[in-house]
Design a protein around this ligand. Sequence first.
Ligand code: MN
Length: 274
Amino acid sequence: MEFVDKPEEADVILVGIPMDQGTEKRGCANAPATVRSYFDNFFFSETCGVRRVLDRGDIVEENTFECSTDKIYSKMCDLFNLKRPVITIGGNHSITFPIVKALSRFYNKIGVIHIDAHPDAQIDYYPNGDIIPNILSIPEVKKVISIGLRNWSKYESSFLEEHKVPYITMNSLIEAGIDYCVEKIKMALHGCDCIYISFDIDSIDPAFAPGTGWIEPGGLTSRQAIELVQKLAKLENVKGFDLVEINVKKDSKDMTSILGAKLIYEFSNALVIR
Ligand SMILES: [Mn+2]
């Protein structure tokens, strides 16, 4: 990662959304600053790529959840208008909806890769547990695929079936491997002119990423997560990525934030700029 000052010099735009409103468990607001402070830990990317990054700073939190969501939407529209992939450090998972909504102003066939321990397809868990139904309500979103699922309700399981949301559970990911997973994603999102990736840190095992609101055993190792993002960065038409739900207050020795910084570092430097 090489930081630049002007949009025309940049391959990638970085932004922080320190949003933790709307949920009972707070602590995601400090993640953008903490994650950023660890980029310097890495000397060179594992895949030897170097991307020029314009850091647009944090989007300021407003008084209410609704105001923040509106602000995220309009600010993200401005950023996507720069015609470069935008990488966002959250914040809780509610930020994904206004980000994808902003993308729908620019693209007609959006495919979303949702990496998470949970399907996030509840109907009554406002505003954080119902991200997938919200995203699917955007007409330009043609497909969502969920990766790494390992805890769901009966309701969510039938929601996925009913809405034909393809998914890869942790079980099948371990059985078939990351390459299979990436192939299945490619097939599911074939024909999309925009790919958006939302990465919930709880997809990673709490042994590697304890700093999150919801401890869900049996997730990805840090190595599998790194491999996954390095390979997703090579997909065509990747227009955005968010890393959400890092809770700095629950972390241990900043290990989750350091892993978060590593994931963003590896993802951005592996991005193919076309
Ligand atoms: Mn989530």
